[in-house]
Design a protein around this ligand. Structure first.
Ligand code: CTP
Length: 409
């Protein structure tokens, strides 16, 4: 049997990027031979094994044929006769379809190295269409390698467009899609992921709520970039530049969905877009079964981001309601993430990227003031149950009034 490194490990080594996990393909072996050498099978009918010591993946060379719609619709054909070239041709991109042996001899029948040099994400063959998830994968690679100058080859974008129009994307499971989306959002240029999905028509299918933001104007005085879609991408870009976690990036992406619902005659104003957007945020959250912390933050940021921007003008009673809505006493981290998302929103405006955001420290100070209210003295005064709750709220309101006065003095 012959063993080769394949896929990302070869690609990233050639790009000079640290390689994290290594996939290997095994040519000329049977399942029985693998088992006899101590390899552990990964799934019942999937010809993939884990190395007994390193735990790394070894897959038998295989050809894949599509036999139906969706991810279930695959038949695998793995046998010792399948050649390395046959295995590589069913892969997604030329830069992912290279193999190398132990001596770093490269097998590159589909010119991956040429495309690496040309900075092109190009599909290997029409077999690309056999897995619609690849539309998201290509967009994710575009986001990851944008800094290196990579773009999607026009013919690949065209194939992605056909796949998006064919209805195949609807067959993807929430889990597979979310995995790609969440990884893409954590890349350095996550806005490129959305741009590529939009360019091939996939955004309209996967997240029509975001697609609808392009072409929707906002008041130029607050938003020099005007377009709501362009603004959303800039907010996401800021979130990545500021190394924000996934929760914040997800909330940034979804914060303005309500603006897509504004009737044209009301443009460029978007009255109550915060509340109107909530049902759309909920729909996107549920469509991809986003993790609970991502869902929660996206809804809270959607509802309250303009409160964040107006923090310094908020009455103490409204400030208190805001802090209560976030349960800032038990969930301080979530409020920090809210503040971060608001700041990214403010910075995601053309020409205002560097402007300071004093609301952030003001909100932190307010949270601190409210949290500093001690419960013990109220207990000692004999407050219990709902009365205790009310007494704590009164004290917090007092603390916030004092905080606001001190801050404006
Ligand atoms: N592959 C594919 N189509 C898919 C998934 C994977 O063709 N839908 C192939 C590609 O050749 C890819 C390899 O399987 O390079 C390994 O896949 P994976 O580990 O998901 O990706 P990597 O390319 O290693 O990239 P990453 O750095 O994102 O893990």
């Amino acid at each position: 049997m012959r063993i080769y490194k394949v896929g990302g490990a070869v690609r990233d080594r050639l790009l000079g990027i640290p390689v994290t996990d290594i996939d290997r393909v095994v040519v000329g072996a049977t399942t029985e031979e693998m088992l006899a050498q101590g390899f552990r099978p990964v799934g019942a009918d999937f010809p993939v094994f884990l190395h007994p010591k390193t735990g790394e993946e070894y897959a038998l060379a295989r050809t894949e044929r599509k036999s139906g719609r969706g991810y279930g619709g695959f038949t695998f054909h793995a046998s010792p006769e399948v050649t390395l070239e046959e295995d590589l041709i069913r892969r997604d991109l030329t830069i992912n379809a290279m193999a190398e042996d132990d001596q770093q001899n490269l097998t590159d029948p589909y010119h991956g190295q040429r495309d690496l040099e040309a900075r092109l994400l190009r599909h290997v063959s029409p077999a690309f269409a056999e897995d619609p998830l690849r539309v998201l994968r290509v967009a994710r690679f575009a986001a990851r390698y944008a800094e290196l100058g990579f773009t999607v080859a026009p013919e690949t974008l065209e194939l992605m467009r056909q796949l998006s129009e064919s209805g195949e994307l609807e067959a993807l499971t929430a889990e597979r899609s979310w995995k790609e989306i969440s990884r893409a959002l954590m890349e350095n240029q996550p806005q490129v992921f959305i741009e590529v999905l939009r360019a091939c028509g996939a955004l309209k299918v996967l997240m029509p709520e975001i697609d609808a933001l392009f072409g929707v104007p906002q008041p130029e005085a607050h938003h020099p970039e005007i377009d709501t879609g362009a603004h959303t991408l800039s907010v996401l870009e800021q979130a990545a530049q500021h190394k924000q976690p996934l929760t914040v990036r997800w909330a940034c992406l979804l914060h303005d969905l309500g603006k897509g619902l504004t009737p044209e005659e009301e443009w460029p104003r978007h009255i109550a877009h915060e509340l109107k957007g909530l049902k759309l945020i909920k729909a996107v959250n549920e469509r991809f079964k986003a993790p609970r912390d991502c869902q929660e933050l996206a809804l809270l940021v959607g509802e309250y981001h303009t409160h964040g921007h107006r923090a310094l003008e908020l009455k103490p009673s409204i400030l208190l309601e805001l802090l209560q809505s976030f349960d800032v006493y038990r969930r301080p981290q979530r409020f920090e993430e809210f503040i971060a998302a608001c700041e990214m929103d403010a910075r995601g405006r053309k020409g205002l990227e560097q402007r300071s955001y004093p609301q952030a420290d003001y909100l932190r100070g307010a949270a601190h003031a409210a949290r500093s209210v001690a419960v013990q003295p109220l207990l000692e005064k004999g407050f219990k149950g709902p009365e205790l709750g009310e007494a704590i709220k009164r004290e917090r309101l007092k603390a916030l009034k004092a905080y606001k006065e001190a801050a404006s003095a």
